[in-house]
Structure formats: C-alpha cells, structure tokens
Design a protein around this ligand. Structure first.
Ligand SMILES: Cc1cc2nc3c(=O)[nH]c(=O)nc-3n(C[C@H](O)[C@H](O)[C@H](O)COP(=O)(O)OP(=O)(O)OC[C@H]3O[C@@H](n4cnc5c(N)ncnc54)[C@H](O)[C@@H]3O)c2cc1C
Length: 315
C-alpha cells in the first residue's frame, strides 16, 4: 500500500515552509487531476502531499482597465471559462478554457496545476503566451515574475525552482481591437487532448499586420511561441503569399500525440489562411469577430484536420 502524509497548510507562507522542510519528498496538490494519476501509476511516490486548497485568496479572478487580468493559481478551469470579465475582455481565454477536457475535469483542475505540470499537450499555456502573460512564483524568500513563454523548459519540465509555488498569472490589458483565433485540432472527440493547438493574437490595420503572437501546443516537447512564423507577417501587408510562407514553416511534432501522426517527420505551421484572415478581420472589425470566429474558420478547419488524421490512422 502506498502511504504518504497529507497536509493542508492555511497560508502561503506555511506551504512554502513545508516545501522547504521536505525538499526531496513533498509534492503540491491543487485539483489533483494530474498528480493523482501519476501517483496511481507509481510514477511519483511523494512522502508528503501538500494541499493548496486551504490557502486563502488563491483562486481569484480580478480585472482592472489599467492593470489587466490577474488570476490566482488556484482558480479552476471552469471558473475562468465562466468568468464574465474573461468572456468579455479576454475571449481567447474563454474559448480556450471552454475547450479544456470536459466539465468534470474543468471543475477540478486549476490553472496553476495545468501550467506547472509542463505537459506540452495542454491548452491554456499557448493562449496565455499569445496574450503575453507573465507569472509569479513565490518561495519562502520572496517572489519573482517571469514571462510565461520562458516557463516551459522541456517535456514536463518548467522553470519552477524547488520550494516555489506558482501564485499568480497576469495578463496585460488587451489592446483595443486585438484580433484572436484559437483552434484545437482534435483526434476524436471534444474531450481529447489537442492533436495540435493554435493560439493567435494580432493587431492589424488596413490589411497590414502591426503585431502578431502565435503559440502552439502539442507540436513539440514544450508549448512554444512560433516566432519564425510570426516574423514572416509582422510589419507587413497581409497577402496570400505571405500566409502560405508562414504556413510552410515547419515544427517538429512529438511522438506522444494522441492521433496517429507518427508517419509525419515534420509538420507545417498548423495555422493557415482562414485562421489568419479571421484574426485579421477580428482586429479590423472587433464588433463582428466573435461571431465570425466562433462559427467560421476555426471549426471547419478542425473538422477537416480530424478527418485527415482519421485517414492516416486507418493506413
Ligand atoms: C481526462 C483528462 C483530460 C484532460 N484534457 C485536457 C485538455 O483537453 N486540455 C488541457 O489543457 N488539459 C487537459 N487535462 C489536464 C488538466 O487540465 C490538468 O490535469 C489540470 O489542469 C491540472 O491541474 P490540477 O489543479 O488538477 O493539478 P494537480 O494534479 O493538483 O497538479 C499538477 C502538478 O502541478 C503541481 N502544482 C499544482 N499547483 C501548483 C502551484 N500552484 N504551484 C506549483 N506547482 C503546482 C503539482 O505538484 C503537480 O506536479 C486533462 C486531464 C485529464 C485527467
């Protein structure tokens, strides 16, 4: 029988002290949707499990015009998905969290646990990188912030240091008229992990791309920012040729992807004309983009990708 001590610290300081006291033997648990599976599989055998459940003020969602959005690491996926301010001010996040797993997981899993497991198949990291988010890590000697895109170091490896707890995610104020797109290519059902995840934000005026941030999940050992693809378009007039060039940039898929894509050695940037055009139009006409993206480009391309993958897996 596996035995471990289970502790529920009542403050952040207490949790940090516990981590310091058990440097090699303790694991934090938030929603437990990942940790419990690893423990059941025998991949992790912590002697001490430290719950974050009783830490006060750990799951807030706060917004102000000047500062943007601040989310406590203990906020559950479902709380973020249903937040009115997230929905109205950061629809890319609403769209992303809506697509994480299914409601049972979303009711348990937290944003902090999601990011800290460093799983490249997970969705929120890419959208948060596309929105230029930064995170705060707190230890018994104080806190530090870093851009989220620097947090994912390798497969299931993050920049978190021993003794640190992820406490907050900060998303800067969304620029007026910022266009966005989120596509989750799925192998089978909506509850699956993404075969490829694409998160995009763009500022565009009169067919001219002023700025673009593109992040991908499920394509490499980490969630990544696709800078090479961004650079093709940034500062230029958006033309079909440039979109084609952007789409031709290749990223390496990882072998543990759920759909059978093992036969591919490389993969093109999974973001092609319709998605960019949709983000472009959303940048130019903010009032209509919600509808056009929700019912427009994202779905058909996900579906056709699903069909393509189904064909590959039958081979
Ligand atoms: C069936 C299923 C389907 C899923 N589908 C998706 C999906 O479609 N998209 C997606 O993105 N994800 C998906 N997930 C993953 C899910 O989102 C994560 O399991 C969840 O977000 C992890 O959060 P948690 O609070 O449960 O973390 P836990 O399991 O509690 O912890 C995970 C890891 O993070 C550490 N940790 C937790 N909180 C902190 C913190 N604040 N600071 C430092 N370390 C911390 C823990 O020590 C542990 O190592 C799925 C999971 C399951 C089981």
């Amino acid at each position: 029988m596996v035995t471990f001590e289970y502790v529920e610290p009542g403050s952040l300081k207490e949790a940090c002290d516990l981590l310091e006291r058990h440097p090699d033997d303790a694991k934090l648990i938030a929603g437990g949707t990942a940790l419990v599976i690893w423990m059941r599989l025998g991949l992790l055998k912590p002697g001490v499990v430290i719950s974050l459940e009783k830490i006060p003020d750990f799951s807030y969602i706060r917004h102000s015009e000047n500062d943007g959005l601040r989310i406590g690491a203990g906020a559950r996926h479902r709380e973020i998905e249903l937040s009115a301010v997230v929905r109205s001010r950061y629809p890319l996040l609403h769209e992303t969290f809506r697509k994480v797993a299914q409601p049972r997981i979303r009711n348990m899993g937290t944003i902090g646990g999601n990011l800290c497991q460093g799983d490249p198949l997970t969705d929120p990291g890419a959208s948060l990188i596309a929105l230029d988010a930064e995170i705060t890590l707190t230890g018994s000697r104080g806190g530090r912030t870093l851009p989220l895109e620097e947090f994912f170091v390798d497969y299931y490896e993050t920049a978190i240091r021993p003794g640190e707890i992820l406490t907050e995610i900060h998303v800067p104020p969304a620029a007026k008229g910022l266009g966005w797109a989120h596509i989750k290519f799925l192998p089978r059902s909506e509850e699956d992990f993404a075969t490829v995840g694409v998160a995009l934000t763009m500022r565009a005026q009169n067919d001219h791309c002023e700025d673009i941030r593109l992040a991908l999940n499920s394509v490499a050992p980490t969630i990544l920012r696709a800078r090479r693809a961004e650079n093709v378009l940034r500062g230029k007039k958006i033309t079909d040729d440039l979109l084609q060039e952007m789409g031709n940039i290749r990223y390496f898929p990882i072998s543990r992807r759920p759909a059978s894509c093992a036969s591919e050695s490389t993969m093109e940037t999974p973001c092609s004309r319709p998605e960019i055009r949709a983000a472009e139009s959303s940048a130019a006409w903010p009032s209509i983009w919600r509808g056009s993206l929700a019912g427009g480009s994202a779905r058909p391309s996900s579906w056709s990708a699903t069909r393509r993958r189904a064909k590959w897996s039958r081979r």
